[in-house]
Design a protein. Structure first.
Length: 348
């Protein structure tokens, strides 16, 4: 396929704010009975029908959370939805609606925003979410995306960070470290491109970790699985800032300690091989990488037979008394105090 060297670029000024919103949201349809009124009025109207409502907001800022030199706009729109859905899942809830607000500079034509919203629309379809509103405004510096997600959970089934008890099992979905290593590969190739713009990177060896970084998925499937298994976690959080940080969040909120076993942390072979290539310790990456959007939960030991040998769930440790502290138990059976070294906002 021949690349169009002169793609159409429609200035946003040709539409104005309200025509732009109408254009970008014209193909969004309503899927949930709880959505009474979506896009097109001063505010949306939803009816929870007796369920508890979960609300979360995430903001993605160009130059802080994403780099458009290697993040396609369609993937970025998809990811912006997923990071919010993941927070809803961490409450043991299902996302039902989102609002989408963007601030955009004049370097972005209409066609660029169409790509961004195509990713948002794809995510909304896959995760069965209604887009019910939002806002657009101008920016003096790049692109900013803010999404608010609304979810529903049966009363009494919501799960907080604060319910873990000593002797509860620490359980992780999927594997960790892939998103961070995908970012390392992308950053490396960006530097190579700066030196030689004609260089075409061969990323076939990194397909899995590329996807973990550029197009992650929220573990909505786990919410359904837990219901099928008749397991309600005692606490839960999504792994967005790094495994060690999230464990410490659970420990602080629940007033417990934790023993995390190094040899139980699930790592994809591609993560291990890429860590070897970069000469980075894979356990360090697993603990501190972030952006994996897996779910970290605690469950009662009585529920262990229900999850035993399930390929989606791995027991990686157990909770202890608060006075014991939070530790990594190494392969050599020594204890190292866990520290939160993952993503931190407002770093200097």
């Amino acid at each position: 396929m021949i690349e169009d060297k002169n793609p159409q670029r429609t200035p946003l000024s040709e539409l104005g704010e309200f025509a732009l919103i109408d254009h970008l949201t014209k193909s969004f349809d309503i899927k949930h009975q709880s959505t009474i009124k979506g896009v097109g009025d001063d505010a949306a109207v939803i009816n929870p029908e007796g369920k508890n409502i979960v609300v979360t907001t995430d903001m993605l800022v160009e130059g802080v959370h994403f780099d458009l030199s290697y993040a396609p706009l369609k993937h970025l729109g998809y990811k912006a939805v997923v990071v919010n859905v993941s927070d809803v899942c961490a409450m043991n809830a299902n996302a039902t609606q989102i609002t989408v607000s963007i601030a955009v500079s004049n370097r972005f034509p209409l066609e660029a925003l169409e790509e961004l919203y195509a990713g948002i629309e794809t995510a909304a379809k896959i995760y069965n979410i209604d887009v019910i509103g939002g806002d657009t405004t101008s920016s003096t510096s790049g692109l900013l995306i803010s999404i608010t997600a609304i979810g529903e959970v049966e009363k009494g089934q919501e799960v907080y960070r604060s319910g873990a008890k000593p002797n509860d099992l620490l359980v992780l979905t999927g594997d960790v470290g892939g998103a961070y290593m995908g970012l390392q590969v992308l950053e490396r190739e960006k530097e190579v491109f700066k030196v030689n713009p004609n260089n075409q990177p061969d990323l076939d060896l990194y397909t899995y970790i590329m996807e973990r970084q550029l197009k992650p998925e929220a573990r909505k499937d786990i919410i359904s699985l837990l219901k099928e298994l008749d397991v309600k976690p005692t606490s839960m959080i999504d792994v967005s800032d790094g495994l060690s940080s999230e464990i410490l969040h659970l420990c602080k909120a629940s007033k417990v300690g934790c023993d995390l076993f190094e040899d139980k942390i699930p790592l994809d072979p591609q993560v291990i091989s890429t860590c070897e290539e970069f000469d980075i310790d894979s356990t360090t990456i697993a603990l501190n990488g972030g952006e994996d959007y897996e779910l970290l939960m605690t469950i009662s030991q009585e529920d262990y037979p229900k999850i035993k040998a399930n390929p989606h769930l791995t027991v990686i440790g157990y909770m202890t008394e608060e006075s014991s502290g939070a530790h990594l138990v190494t392969r050599a059976n020594t204890k190292i105090q866990l520290q939160a070294q993952g993503w931190k906002n407002f770093n200097e």
